[in-house]
Design a protein around this ligand. Structure first.
Ligand code: SF4
Length: 572
């Protein structure tokens, strides 16, 4: 159990009648689990609750997706070495849809039936949370017993109070009561309805909410103090500690879940978080030579510069999860360089100026080229340019514009590098759009895999021969799977079952899934269509997202978030 300052703050609750043991699982390898701040946060929160003992599990480092079975020893929990069936609850923290495949594989390794209707009282309660789940819980809704919709702080406490303050023999006895708690979704109380194979409703039983309001932490709440809790366990994270800098994002890019499902944007007190992190490190007799600053756009935080100065003055390195190019000032770049970072990513996010208008990002090609010249002049060794393709209303001409932009960036980069006398690499990263639930693009179909492949070929042909340039493309097939898993409904259970039965062949499982996954990935939803993820109520005005989608199709902008004055979307 971590020993941080906030660990010492007793959580106010009633007397414990029935202690609860929880196995918290991150469905990937341990290195990946420790890099996930959400997982670490929930581990710390659960261990601070009266009457709850939380252990953890992630897959062994030598695990591969083709691993068909694990030895019993490899399924033991990491802290106390207990077997999975010894726990009252198994809780999955899931941030990325592709990890659903690992989650179902873990249940299989543990010998726990996938379908919740086949699990009796001898099995632990299976619960799940994390951003992938609260974007759309339905693809896993026949697998887990309880879903947590929203941010953990303030949501998990009432749920676990219910379990620790009531006497029970089977945790399923309390589900009816749990269904009335904030953010708690119990799928068994909701029945899907279909017309011609298309879901048209999700009907609640009497006494449970029609939709589940997403839970979030208020600005200024002391709970907005998130940093890594476990240190020094793996090679990758031996020397790095992570802290949350921003929750949510002001920029409202229409493809991006972070800008929508974490609204309103909030700014934790960075000094308080950093000091809490330092105490946590000291309590574990650990040190971190690099501080990873985590958030969708960390440079938006007004305290960021002073924190960065402090960290660099202490002789530590900085690592940024994201840097918005508009916010890269002279001083910030100096601090980045002083801290030893050699690569800066410039996320243009869309291939052309017109497409940047479609996604609600106003950055001209000239601005991007100037920014790249500025960074190279300052001494940044490597640049990364990142874009999405397959955006709504995208045409071949937009890809041509991108090729031109990259050629110009490469030219100024080589010019400036020649002047300063050393040269690195410009990496061009391009990923297909996954139109995600909860964003204005949720109605839009994914671009066909074959069409995306042609666009990548065109980029490779035009840009491949350029010197000092490296191309890195996301896989259209993986984007297809991700789109299916993020936009699917409960019938995805048959896909997961086929995946487990056929020896982990996701392609074959997709081909056999009913309805065919094309029905979810390539479907153009209309304004009044029922969406499988409508069960989640993010708090928007009813038509806000649709209107924003329409503005995007017309390449029109929506103002960025200003929580002091803005009332546009209905959340503030
Ligand atoms: S009301 Fe305005 S500031 Fe608040 S979350 Fe919505 S867009 Fe952002």
């Amino acid at each position: 159990m971590p020993d941080t300052e906030i660990a010492k703050q007793a959580i106010a609750s009633g007397p414990v009648v029935r202690p609860v043991s929880v196995l918290l699982i991150y469905p990937s390898t341990t290195d990946v689990a420790l890099a996930n701040l959400g997982f670490q946060r929930v581990y710390g929160l659960l261990n601070r609750l009266n009457g709850v003992v939380c252990d953890r599990y992630s897959l062994p480092d030598d695990w591969t997706p083709m691993t068909q079975a694990l030895k019993p020893e490899a399924t033991r929990s990491h802290d106390a070495g207990r077997m999975p069936m010894d726990f009252d609850l198994i809780a999955f923290s899931i941030s990325f849809e592709p990890d659903y495949l690992n989650a179902v594989a873990i249940l299989d390794y543990f010998g726990i039936p996938l379908d919740r209707r086949e699990r009796g009282s001898k099995y632990p309660l299976i619960v799940a949370g994390g951003s992938a789940l609260f974007i759309n819980p339905e693809p896993l809704a026949d697998i887990f017993d309880v879903g947590f919709i929203g941010e953990a702080e303030g949501m998990i406490e009432p749920f676990f109070d219910l379990y620790t303050q009531t006497d029970w023999r089977d945790p399923r006895e309390l589900l009816e009561e749990a269904a009335r708690l904030p953010g708690i979704y119990i799928p068994q109380f909701y029945t899907p309805e279909y017309t011609d194979d298309v879901q048209t409703a999700l009907t609640p039983e009497a006494g449970v909410p029609e939709r589940i309001p997403r839970h979030w932490v208020a600005e200024g709440d002391a709970a907005l103090c998130t940093h890594s809790e476990l240190h020094g366990e793996t090679t990758a994270f031996r020397d790095m500690a992570l802290m949350e800098v921003t929750r949510g994002c002001i920029w409202a890019c229409r493809f991006c879940t972070a800008g929508f499902i974490y609204r309103p944007p909030r700014e934790p007190d960075l000094d308080q978080t950093y000091e809490s992190l330092e105490r946590a490190l000291a309590a574990q007799n650990q040190n971190a030579s690099t501080i990873g600053l985590v958030g969708p756009s960390v440079t938006d935080h007004p305290q960021l510069l002073s924190l960065a100065r402090r960290i660099v003055a202490e002789g530590k390195m900085l690592s940024f999860s994201s840097l918005r190019m508009e916010t890269l000032t002279d001083e910030l770049v100096d601090l980045i360089l002083q801290s030893g970072q050699k690569t800066v990513t410039v996320a243009v996010d869309a291939p052309s100026e017109r497409m940047r208008d479609v996604i609600n990002k106003s950055a001209s090609d000239d601005f991007v080229i100037d920014k790249c010249r500025f960074l190279t002049k300052k001494g940044v060794l490597h640049l990364k340019i990142y874009s999405i393709i397959g955006l709504p209303a995208e045409e071949d001409e937009d890809i041509d514009r991108f090729i031109e932009l990259v050629k110009n960036v490469q030219k100024v980069y080589v010019e400036e590098c020649s002047r300063r006398g050393n040269i690195g690499t410009v990496t061009i990263g391009v990923s297909p759009l996954v139109p995600k639930p909860g964003t204005p693009f949720q109605w839009h179909p994914m671009e066909a895999v074959s069409s995306l492949k042609k666009k990548f070929q065109k980029l490779r042909k035009a840009l491949g021969p350029l010197p000092n340039l490296h191309l890195s493309f996301g896989s259209p097939n993986e984007a297809y799977l991700q789109t299916y898993l993020s936009r699917g409904d409960r019938r995805a259970l048959s896909f997961f079952e086929a995946f487990l039965k056929n020896g982990r062949d996701e392609k074959r499982a997709l081909q056999g899934a009913v309805p065919h996954p094309d029905r979810f990935t390539y479907r153009q939803y209309q304004r009044d269509d029922f969406l499988p993820w409508d069960i989640v109520d993010h708090g928007y005005f009813p038509k806000f997202l649709w209107q924003d989608y329409q503005r995007g199709l017309r390449a029109k902008h929506t103002p960025v978030c200003d929580t002091a004055t803005c009332k546009i979307c209905g959340i503030c």
